[in-house]
Each structure stands twice: as C-alpha cells, then as structure tokens.
Design a protein around this ligand. Structure first.
Ligand code: UD1
Ligand code: UDP
Length: 366
C-alpha cells in the first residue's frame, strides 16, 4: 500500500514527522505499507521549511511541487495541478493531509477527484466558526471530502457528528504536534540570543503574529505591537517574525528597547524559549497547543479559536484583537493570577502510532 503524506507549510512539518516515523515502524515490522512524502512548496524559505526537516530528522521529500506563494486561488491551483500530475504518474492508495493550510485542502481535492482516492485528515473536525479565515474554508472543504478523520478532541468529534459524519469514520487519536513536542523536548536548544539579550528564566515574553487579520493592516499591527510593548512593562519581548509579517513591519518600522525582532527560529530554539518564557502572546494555532502542554500562560490575539480545549483545559485565553484588552491580560499575568491549566486527553505523545495502526486495520494490512 502506498500512502502519500502531504506537507506544505511550517506547522505541517511538525505534524508529519511522527506520522512518517510510525509508517516506517510498521513497514520495518513487515506490514505492506510505504509512504511518499510530497512537499507542496507552499513554504520554501530555509527558516520556514528546510530547517524543520534538518532539526526533526524528516527525510527529504520524494517530490516537491514548488507551488510557492500567491493569492489563495493561485496557490490552490498550483498545488492541485502539481499533485494531480504526480497522481497521474503514480496514484497512491491513501492521501494523508494534516492541519488546515491551503496545501491540505488542495491535495485532498486532487486526490479525491483522481478515481476517488481515499483521504485521511489528521486534525479533522476543528472549527473556529470564522469564515473570514482562509483556514476555516480549508477545514470545511477538506472535511467535506475526507474518508477518515483523525481528531484531537471530543469537540472536533462533535463538530463532525453535527455535520452528519458517522462515528465509524471518526478516530479520536490525540495530537501529532504534541508527539513531536514530547519527542524533541530533551533536545530543545538555548539560542544565542539568550545571552545576547540577557534573558532569564520566566523573565521575558515570546510573541508571534502572522494572521492576515492582525498583520496585513498597517494600523492594526502597529496598534497591537505598541500596546504589547507598553503592557510588558520593560520585560524583553522576543518576536520571531513570520515572512508575511516581516513585510509589514518594514513599512511600520516600529522599535522599542524591550522589543527584539528576530528571524523565524528553528523548532528546537523556539520551543526552548516558549518553555522558559513568562508568557506567550500569539495568534498562532499550534503554539497555543504547545504552550498548553508546557504549562506556559498563553494570550491569543484572536476573537475565536478552533482549538477551544487550549482555553477550557489549557493555559490559553482568547484576549481578542482589541488593543484595549492587552493591558488587563498582562495585569492578570503579573498579578500571578493566570490559570495553571492541564493537558487535554490523548495529547500524550503517542498519537501517530495510533493513527497508523488504524490505517493498517482499515486497509486490512495485518
Ligand atoms: C500559512 C497558512 C496558515 C499557517 C501559516 C503557518 C494558509 C491559508 N495559511 O499562512 O494557516 O498558520 O502558513 O506559518 O495556508 N512567504 C515567504 N517565504 C515562505 C513562505 C511565505 O516569504 O517560505 C511569504 C510570501 O510573501 C507569502 C506570505 O509569506 O505571500 C504568505 O505565505 P502563505 O503560505 O500564503 O500563507 P501564510 O501567511 O504563511
Ligand atoms: N515555530 C517555530 N519557530 C518560530 C515560530 C513557530 O518553530 O519562529 C513552530 C511552533 O513551535 C509550532 C509551529 O511552528 O510548532 C506553529 O506554526 P505557525 O504558528 O506558523 O502556524 P499555525 O500553528 O498558526 O498554523
């Protein structure tokens, strides 16, 4: 059996690493399963792609579709054309997509329309309810043609049931991003900026911003960052900047003594800094999950989340996108009143083997 594993953007690389390992473990154990790793090329900078392959020990992709950047439609089209071509040359038996990026949706469509190739969606069923997010459209479209849903939470299971998906298609397995987190935790690396900026344990704030709603509008981005700088009360803010945000930051040209704007970090350095931070302020999805597992207070600059368990169980709180909400959130943090949180069910580092075991059973490979 040939399984395609699709990855295109930064969070995908972190999610696929343990799936590849689990497929390989089955193959080595004599199960008739092999994989083809397809990189769509949605992310291509070394710091957004290659570094993750190196640090996480992900094998070189068998194919790179080199789709690159573009508008939503351009990028979707380029990925679909590239992947369809590959499937025409050699079809697979199952296409595994992860997460909610454009590559996820585009490849699921291409596979499904190619002789009804089965699609498995890892992280299926999550919903923000915010249709202005490209990711929400990606989730809904992907889930509408998915055959096997591998889910991270009971909320996701219920979202799928509400959409009419039968229980025999839903597999509650946990979170592959957390598999990688647990595996790599002993390897986390202190980056050079630790000494360069005189950082101390719990003595700084980690920040990431890349959602179009926060960073594509100059005034909005400026307002948010200005408020964060003031609210941090002199604590260093470490801000590894996503390329989407970098363009806008250049235009704004914001600076402050406690704001350290740096390039995107490798996984091992980034999570070293998250683990030791006083708090994280972000609009990322994956980082809210990692902060939850590491017990680090997390403020999310969004009005909604597709990962509600990071708020109801974990350390995350939605503080919204109104800059006026930022100072009170920091106030709570500095008063030592941030919730402690717990780890959601099945986020135990063993999700990918569970997924692959289900696949082995579903396809009768035993
Ligand atoms: C994408 C995902 C988002 C995810 C994020 C992870 C979609 C719709 N969005 O957003 O869900 O949270 O990745 O990081 O799939 N760019 C570079 N170098 C790169 C990649 C991108 O310079 O290697 C720049 C380009 O100018 C590009 C822009 O960033 O136009 C946006 O990239 P794109 O992949 O379209 O979306 P992201 O904002 O990265
Ligand atoms: N990450 C990283 N370096 C950075 C910023 C993020 O390694 O400078 C990792 C982070 O630990 C998480 C993933 O990238 O595993 C999250 O990706 P991102 O925030 O880009 O996407 P999202 O999760 O919002 O889709």
């Amino acid at each position: 059996m040939l399984v395609d594993i699709i990855a295109g953007a930064r969070p995908n690389f972190i999610k696929i690493a343990p799936i590849i390992e689990a497929v390989e473990a089955q193959r080595i154990a004599g199960v008739n399963i092999r994989y083809r790793l397809v990189h769509t090329g949605q992310h291509y900078d070394k710091k957004m792609s290659g570094d993750f392959f190196d640090q996480l020990g992900i094998p070189d992709p068998h194919h790179n579709l080199e789709a690159g950047s573009g508008t939503q439609a351009e990028q979707t089209a380029k990925i679909m054309i590239g992947y369809e071509q590959l499937l025409m040359e050699q079809p697979c038996d199952l296409c595994i997509v992860v997460g909610d990026v454009t590559s996820t949706m585009a490849c699921s469509i291409a596979a499904k329309k190619m002789n009804n190739i089965k699609v498995a969606h890892v992280e299926g069923g999550i919903r923000s309810g915010d249709w202005t997010m490209p990711e929400e459209i990606n989730r809904i479209v992907t889930d509408s043609i998915t055959d096997y849903f591998f889910t991270t939470s009971e909320v996701a299971n219920n979202n799928l049931r509400s959409a009419g998906i039968k229980d025999d298609k839903i597999f509650f397995v946990g979170n592959t991003m957390i598999d990688t987190l647990y595996k790599q935790m002993p390897r986390f690396q202190q980056p050079a900026i630790w000494t360069q900026y005189g950082l101390t344990d719990k003595g700084y704030i980690m920040m990431t911003l890349h959602r179009p709603a926060n960073v594509d509008n100059k005034e909005k981005l400026q307002e948010l960052i200005t408020e964060i700088i003031t609210s941090a009360k002199g604590l260093p803010i470490i801000f590894p900047v996503h390329p989407r945000t970098a363009k806008m930051l250049q235009i704004i040209g914001i600076s402050a003594d406690n704001l350290h704007v740096i390039e995107p970090l490798g996984y091992l350095e980034f999570n070293f800094l998250v683990k030791n931070a006083k708090a994280v302020i972000t609009d990322s999805g994956g980082i809210t999950e990692e902060a939850t597992v590491m017990g680090v207070p997390c403020m999310t600059l969004r009005e909604s989340t597709e990962r509600p368990e990071t708020c109801t169980i974990g350390t995350n709180e939605l503080i919204g996108t109104n800059p006026a909400n930022i100072a009170p959130a920091f106030g709570k943090l500095f008063a030592g009143e941030w919730k402690k949180g717990a780890i959601p069910e099945l986020w135990d580092g063993k999700t990918a083997p569970r997924i692959v075991k289900h696949i082995v059973d579903l396809f009768g490979l035993n």
